[in-house]
Design a protein around this ligand. Structure first.
Ligand code: TYD
Length: 211
C-alpha cells in the first residue's frame, strides 16, 4: 500500500549517545529557515498512544518478542497519526530512530531472528522505508560516556552497544544506497548538521544554503 508520498522520510540511527537528538533539533531550525516544511518525530513516541508504549518499553524488563512488538505497535500508531499524513502533504519528516533500530537492538543485540524482525517491520510500516537513513556512527564506549538518558538499554553496557552497532552495519550492507554515514569524532553539532544538509541537497530537491 502506498500511503505516501510527495514528502521525504529521513531516519536517524545510531547507538546510545551518538547525538541524534541534538542534530535533529538543529536541522529543524535550519530547514525551517530555508522555508522547507519539516516535522520531527521520535520512536518510540510522537503521539499519546506511542508515548505510553514508550514509558512501558523503556522502563520494564520484558521478553525480547514483547519488546519488539511494543516498538512495532508504537511505530504503527505514529505512522498512522503523524508520518503518513505529513508525507502525503509533501513534508520532510525527520524521524529519531525507525525500523533499523528494531533490527539493531532486537535483532542483532537481543538475538531475535533478523528476517522475522524484518517481517514485523514490514507489517508495522505497511512497506514504508526511509528515503535516507542518517547513521551517526560513534565508538560505542565514547557514546555510552556521553549518553544521559539512563534508560535500560544504556544499562546493558558496552558489549550490548557493540552488538547494536554491528546490527546497524548489517542493515546498511543490505541497503547501502539509502544510507549516509557520519563518523562521529570531534565535530560540533553545527558541522554535523551542515554535512547532512549538503547530503540532502545532493539527493533531493532541497537547496542547501548556510543560514
Ligand atoms: P531514547 O531515550 O529515545 O534513546 P536514544 O536517545 O538513544 O534514541 O530511547 C529509545 C531507546 O529504544 C533506545 O535505547 C533504542 C531503543 N529502541 C529499540 O530497542 N528498538 C526500536 O525499534 C527503537 C525505535 C528503539
Amino acid at each position: 500500500m502506498n500511503q505516501r508520498k510527495k514528502g521525504i522520510l529521513i531516519s536517524f540511527e545510531g547507538t546510545e549517545g551518538s547525538g541524534k537528538s541534538t542534530l535533529i533539533r538543529l536541522l529543524i531550525q535550519k530547514l525551517e529557515a530555508m522555508k522547507i516544511e519539516v516535522i520531527a518525530t521520535r520512536e518510540p513516541g510522537g503521539n499519546p498512544v506511542s508515548e505510553k508504549i514508550r514509558e512501558t518499553v523503556l522502563n520494564f524488563d520484558m521478553n525480547p518478542w514483547t519488546e519488539l512488538l511494543l516498538y512495532e505497535a508504537a511505530r504503527s500508531e505514529n505512522l498512522a497519526q503523524l508520518v503518513f499524513p505529513a508525507l502525503r502533504q509533501g513534508k520532510v519528516v525527520l524521524c529519531d530512530r525507525f525500523t533499523d533500530s528494531s533490527l539493531a537492538y532486537q535483532g542483532s543485540a537481543r538475538g531475535l531472528p533478523w528476517e522475522k524482525v524484518k517481517v514485523l517491520n514490514l507489517i508495522a510500516t505497511q512497506g514504508l522505508s526511509p528515503d535516507l537513513t542518517v547513521f551517526l556512527d560513534i565508538d560505542p564506549e565514547t557514546g555510552l560516556r556521553r549518553a544521559q538518558d539512563g534508560n535500560r538499554f544504556e544499562a546493558e553496557g558496552v558489549h550490548f552497544q557493540e552488538k547494536v552497532r554491528r546490527g546497524f552495519l548489517r542493515a546498511r550492507r543490505e541497503h547501502p544506497s539509502t544510507w549516509f554515514t557520519l563518523k562521529v569524532q570531534n565535530q560540533t553539532p553545527e558541522q554535523l548538521a551542515e554535512a547532512v544538509l549538503k547530503e540532502l541537497a545532493r539527493r533531493f530537491r532541497i537547496r542547501y544554503k548556510t543560514v
